[in-house]
Design a protein around this ligand. Structure first.
Ligand SMILES: Cc1cc2nc3c(=O)[nH]c(=O)nc-3n(C[C@H](O)[C@H](O)[C@H](O)COP(=O)(O)OP(=O)(O)OC[C@H]3O[C@@H](n4cnc5c(N)ncnc54)[C@H](O)[C@@H]3O)c2cc1C
Length: 383
């Protein structure tokens, strides 16, 4: 099958399946709208899984094997069809490639199939109250007790923890080591008495992320990826993936969001204003630049780009997305400062603007990305 036929096949499948009970999901569940139709979106994920659309980019022995071009085609068609925000993306795009790169065959066999069927959702337990940018400062600890690890500590900003079945946790397993030595990458089941999830209300009024408290939570001894004490290498590998190919999935809705802003501008006659028109063109050009930059670097580098390439891509897309949020507010005009409904109902433009404030923080803040570019591309003296 040619890539064109593949595109037509994806488009046809989406047109046939985003109908009936799933029609109401079109355009839902995006940034700041993660609370929408959760149960139905989970059903939708399972529909995707049954058709083999989850794990397209995994190695062929794990049911993937789609070329990079086809993964991009799938993202593009998904966005064009208004496919709902994904729930299983952390498992599919972060944990699965990590297990394929660093996990044992037994771990791959245990964890990849339920991700591909959207039966187990994952969250990422890295950040802690005093360990965000400085991830090596994590204080959550795990102790091997017979055939289980006992995990104690606190994570924060854990996206999707309220829905997740499992969490990959960076924990200190050797109390005698400091910083990036003596850490382990553990796979911990979320539904157990030793774990408490507390949602954090965000600017959007919704709660996509949470605090997660571990109080002697257990996981089987074999649920450590890489060797005990080797967790930093694995965790950094996952971060390369997070800033690399996974961002294509995240960027899935950008063109669609821009289309919506332009449609709103057309409706209120703003496109006739040359100054506003210039802003739209600027944002449109920016989108083309970042898309082609991502395609070029990811096509040459594979799923995990080098730190510096991923950092450049992240600086580009996060800044661009914030500019889009600002354009959305400008398009709404004076109404942008009024809530359309009580107690805290937001318009699409307000939600987009507020959510994009987070883009320069998660996955490594802008300052951290600039530090990486300064160190590894320009040379430290350029900082
Ligand atoms: C929407 C969202 C979702 C998230 N989801 C997850 C998740 O699922 N799992 C997870 O583990 N984490 C998640 N995070 C957390 C995210 O990774 C951290 O917020 C981020 O790494 C920054 O850490 P921090 O918040 O502790 O800020 P800090 O590290 O305390 O930084 C505070 C400020 O100081 C600056 N700064 C810090 N160090 C330096 C330095 N060396 N040089 C220059 N400036 C510096 C930072 O850029 C920032 O402006 C999420 C965050 C957001 C906003």
């Amino acid at each position: 099958m040619s890539d064109i036929d593949f595109r037509l096949e994806v488009r046809r499948w989406l047109a046939e399946h985003l109908t009936g009970e799933f029609a109401a999901l079109v355009g839902t569940g995006g940034p700041g709208r993660e609370h929408e139709h959760v149960a139905a979106r989970l059903e939708w994920e399972r529909e995707l899984g049954r058709a083999g659309w989850i794990g397209l980019g995994w190695a062929s022995e794990h049911g993937g094997s789609a070329s990079f071009a086809r993964q991009v085609i799938f993202f593009e068609e998904y966005a064009r069809a208004g496919g709902p925000g994904r729930l299983s993306h952390i498992g599919e795009y972060l944990l699965a490639p990590t297990l394929i790169a660093y996990g044992t065959r037994a771990q791959q066999d245990r964890f990849l199939p339920p991700i591909a069927r959207a039966e187990e959702l994952w969250c990422q337990g890295y950040s802690e109250p005093d360990a965000g940018s400085d991830l090596a400062a994590v204080r959550t600890r795990a102790v091997l007790d017979g055939d289980v690890w006992r995990v104690t500590g606190q994570k924060v900003w854990t996206s999707m923890a309220q829905l997740a079945d499992w969490c990959f946790v960076l924990a200190r397993t050797d109390p005698h080591e400091t910083r990036h030595r003596g850490l382990s990458f553990l796979l911990v089941p979320m539904r157990q008495p030793g774990i408490e999830v507390r949602p954090i209300v965000q600017l959007t009024g919704t709660s996509e992320f949470n605090e997660v408290f571990f109080d002697g939570a257990v996981t089987a001894a074999e649920n450590v990826v890489g060797s005990p004490g080797d967790g930093w290498r694995v965790a950094i590998g996952t971060l390369g993936i997070e800033r690399g190919v996974a961002t294509l999935g995240q960027q899935v809705g950008f063109a669609r969001e821009l289309d919506e802003v332009i449609a709103a501008a057309r409706a209120n006659g703003l496109l006739d204003d040359p100054v506003y028109h210039d802003r739209v063109v600027d944002v449109w050009v920016g989108l083309q630049v970042l898309r082609h930059h991502a395609l070029r670097t990811l096509a040459s580098a594979g799923p995990a780009t080098s730190g510096v390439e991923a950092s450049v891509a992240k600086l580009l897309w996060a800044s661009w997305h914030q500019r889009l949020g600002e354009l959305a507010l400008a398009t709404a005009g004076p109404e942008a400062v009024l809530l359309p409904g009580q107690p805290y109902e937001l318009s699409a433009a307000q939600r987009l603007f507020l959510f994009t404030r987070a883009d320069t923080i998660y996955g490594g803040s802008h300052e951290i990305q600039r530090g990486i570019v300064a160190d590894h591309l320009l040379g430290r003296s350029a900082r």
